[in-house]
Every structure is written in C-alpha cells, then in structure tokens.
Write a protein that binds this ligand. Structure first.
Ligand SMILES: C[S@@+](CC[C@H](N)C(=O)[O-])C[C@H]1O[C@@H](n2cnc3c(N)ncnc32)[C@H](O)[C@@H]1O
Length: 254
C-alpha cells in the first residue's frame, strides 16, 4: 500500500493511487514482474488480437528503411522490435531497451524463433536516463510504455536526445474512444471486465486495474502532440486507431 507522504515529499500516480514519486519505478517494476510471463497472451486476449494490427500500423508509419538503427524504448517482450527488425534488413539493428529483465526474458523465445534474433539486442535501463549517446539512432519508438514512467516528458526528451538529426520518434499509446456510446462500452469493459479477467486468468487483479486507470490519467492526443512539439519535435501528427482506443504520434528531430 502507498505510504503516507510528508508535505515536502513529491507524489505521483500509480493508476489512481497517490504514491511517493521516488517509489514509482519500484512499483512499476513489481507490476511488470507480476505480469511478465502472461503479458503476451493476456494482451492478445484482452485486445482480441487487435494490438498486433496497431503495432504493425505504428511501425509502418515510421518510414523505416534498410540499414536503420532503431531504439525500442520500454520494449518489453519485443513485438515492436520484431516488426521493426523486419523492415531494416539486412544490415539494420534494433536495441530493445527496458527496465525490466523479466519482461525481456519472457519475449526472448519469440524473438529467437522470428529469424531476427541477431538483429535485436537487449539492453536493461531506465527510459528516463537512456544509456546511449546523443544523435545515435535513426528512429526511436515507444509502445504502451511511456505512460508508466515517473516523468514521461523526461522519457520523450531522452528519446529526442538519442535521435540523429532527421530521425523519427514514434509513440503508440492507449487513449479513449471518441464516439460516446463506444467510449461508454470501453469504460465498462476496462473497469469491470478487464480486472475480473486479469484476476481469473492471471491471478492478478491489481495489474489490470492499474491499466485503465493509468490510461485515463495520460494526456489526450492533442495535448500529447503539444508536449512533443515543446520538446522540439517537428512535423508532429497523430492517428487514432479503433476509434481512439490507441493513438500513434510521429514526429521528426530537426
Ligand atoms: C505495457 S509494456 C509494453 C511492452 C511493449 N512495448 C509492447 O508494446 O508490448 C510496458 C513496458 O515498459 C517498461 N517500463 C516501465 N517503466 C520503464 C522505465 N522507466 N524505463 C524503461 N522501461 C520501463 C516495463 O518494464 C514494460 O516492459
């Protein structure tokens, strides 16, 4: 449970819980430790498989080309890394960067059987201090991960920093449907069905309560576009997927 925080201690959110800012990384790490082994199968079940289409479309919007060096921030089990690797053959490479070794380990068998294992490297680290020099990558992407950071703007600044001039940043993140009846249905599904399915199939209700709560606290697509522009990205645009359940933002470093 969150500790009582003294007045001077900065707080942040973990879903709808208020916790000391300094503890968030540890809460997020424990959360993904608890879901790592079932992460891929639960994602497929809860999204009815649509998350693969979203990821494929998002990677398609990055304009990757043969030979590109790509960073997959919060890469987890590596879906985006595998999809990017397909596009940068034969000489390109992907760095899958995640704070949680359990998540990366859970995805390794699929990476190994994809035929792209030698093109994908795993690096463990915090997205708020990316362990690469300035101007390194042709593209940097983050899928369903930036929401989990203690300071997501710092994560974006770091992605911008490690991009080469002319490089592409892509963010795929959950949002909320725009059509009212569909939004109502989605809210009902995510607050009432998803946690129960999470409890029954993954023995982990809190993890699937955190998911919809953290989505509601994340900036809407227009606000996120402004944030990316404030960071220095140019030509930022976004595209809503499945009525806005997921949104892809793309921008360029000048
Ligand atoms: C919801 S998963 C997304 C995984 C993958 N990108 C996908 O689309 O399936 C979020 C990932 O973000 C990682 N993560 C959370 N906070 C992080 C941080 N501060 N630095 C690096 N990775 C982080 C978690 O370990 C987890 O693997």
């Amino acid at each position: 449970m969150p500790q009582q925080s003294c007045d001077s201690e900065k707080t942040t959110h973990f879903g709808y819980l208020t916790i000391p800012e300094k503890d968030k990384v540890e809460w997020v790490r424990r959360h993904f430790d608890s879901v790592a082994k079932k992460y891929d199968s639960m994602n497929t079940l809860l999204s009815l498989g649509i998350h693969y289409q979203w990821k494929r479309m998002a990677v398609g919007m990055m304009g990757l080309k043969s030979g590109d060096l790509v960073l997959d921030v919060c890469g987890g089990t590596g879906d985006l890394s595998r999809m990017a690797a397909e596009r940068v053959v034969p000489s390109g490479r992907v760095m899958l960067y995640d704070i949680n070794w359990e998540m990366m380990a859970a995805g390794k068998p699929r990476i190994e059987s994809s035929g792209h294992a030698r093109r994908i490297s795993h690096v463990q680290g915090n997205a708020e201090w990316i362990a690469f020099p300035d101007d390194t990558f042709d593209a940097a992407m983050v899928g369903f991960g930036i929401r989990n950071l203690t300071h997501f703007e710092i994560g974006f600044r770091e992605m911008h920093r490690v991009l080469k001039p002319g490089g592409t940043l892509m963010c795929l993140e959950f949002s909320e449907p725009v059509t009212p009846w569909f939004r109502w249905l989605y809210d009902f599904y995510s607050f009432h069905i998803m946690p129960v399915v999470g409890k029954v199939l993954a023995s982990c209700r809190p993890a699937y309560t955190y998911l919809p709560e953290s989505i509601r606290l994340f900036p809407d697509p227009d606000r996120l576009k402004c944030i990316l522009e404030e960071i220095g990205l140019k030509h930022v645009f976004y595209r809503r997927l499945t009525d806005g359940i997921a949104v892809v933002h793309v921008g360029k470093k000048e």
